[in-house]
Write a protein that binds this ligand. Structure first.
Ligand code: ATR
Length: 278
């Protein structure tokens, strides 16, 4: 039996175990995936413990994606660029860290909306960990990227960490509607990576809806609720919309490729996540 799991704190809300376990069942794969709560200060022991127990790999979620890096022996290009690890593979003595979040974002867009990122003008809202992963993925393409965040200095920090060539195609802006209005005409894709639209802000949107037009494709990485207020209103304006389930499923699919070099049953993963959420 192959062992895998996800580490985080909190972890009880994670959909990863049900998604991976249903996919194993579908393929008749002899593997089990468990959610594991890691307490503060015990991250190093958790990684060493999983290695000692013969785990194939782990996923890593909030708040450990950056904190885990010192305990790894190797990083992939994606993990190094984003300073974030959401997938670990144990390979003999090696503990290899990878990030599939950006890849998951891009593949969800290709698979659900048949859209690629080349030559697109993108407005990315937010400047947290998820935004950083998407920024790096987007900038592997010939795009123009605007990053808008409530705290502008966090967006500037992301840009400062980019190479000179990458940052040439990026501009930072505030969430102030009057400055966003000036750029909306050029924008093809709007991506929300903030938590606005979840829990206490369920009836809010990260930007005023009057800025959206039918020509915009609107992506919200929120998947609970499945249709955030932003997506609901964007859809009513005729925009193409996509929620965060695709990114969740595709980052998991890219983890399978990293662990075993195989593709999981994507449809089963979508079905499992949607059933768990509803
Ligand atoms: P993650 O790693 O999941 O991306 P994070 O690092 O906590 O999470 O980032 C959350 C993002 O949501 C940030 O861009 C945050 O803006 P600030 O950098 O200004 O904190 C944004 N965010 C959270 N609540 C918000 C709100 N009420 N209005 C606007 N932006 C908000």
């Amino acid at each position: 039996m192959e062992l895998l799991g996800v580490i985080g704190n909190p972890i009880s809300h994670s959909l990863s175990s049900v998604m991976h376990n249903q996919a194993f069942k579908k393929l008749g794969k002899e593997a089990i995936y468990v959610p594991m709560l890691v307490t503060t200060g015990k991250l190093k022991e958790a990684i060493a413990g999983a290695q000692a127990l013969g785990f194939v790999g782990l996923n890593v979620t909030v708040p450990f994606k950056e904190q885990v890096i010192p305990y790894l022996t190797e990083l992939t290009d994606q993990a190094r660029a984003t300073k974030s690890v959401n997938t670990i593979k144990f390979d003999g003595d090696q503990i290899i860290g990878h990030s599939t979040d950006g890849l998951g974002f891009e593949h969800a867009l290709i698979s659900e909306l048949q859209m690629d990122l080349d030559k697109k003008n993108i407005l990315l809202i937010g400047a947290g960990g998820a935004a950083r992963a998407i920024v790096h993925q987007v900038l592997t393409h010939d795009c123009l990227l605007y990053i808008a965040n409530r705290t502008v200095s966090r967006a500037e920090q992301i840009v400062n960490e980019l190479s000179k060539a990458q940052s040439a195609n990026v501009e930072v802006c505030s969430l102030d509607p009057s400055s966003l209005r000036e750029i909306m005409d050029q924008i093809d894709i709007v991506v929300n990576t903030t938590s606005v639209g979840m829990e206490k802000t369920i009836s809010e949107t990260p930007i005023p809806l009057c800025l959206l037009e039918a020509k915009h494709t609107v992506i919200d990485i929120i998947y609970n609720p499945q249709e955030s207020m932003l997506l609901k209103k964007a859809r009513s304006k005729g925009c193409r919309v996509q929620n965060g389930i695709g990114m969740l499923v595709w980052q998991a699919a890219k983890a399978w490729e990293f662990w075993w070099g195989i593709h999981p049953p994507i449809d089963k993963m979508y079905e499992t996540v949607k059933a768990s959420l509803s």
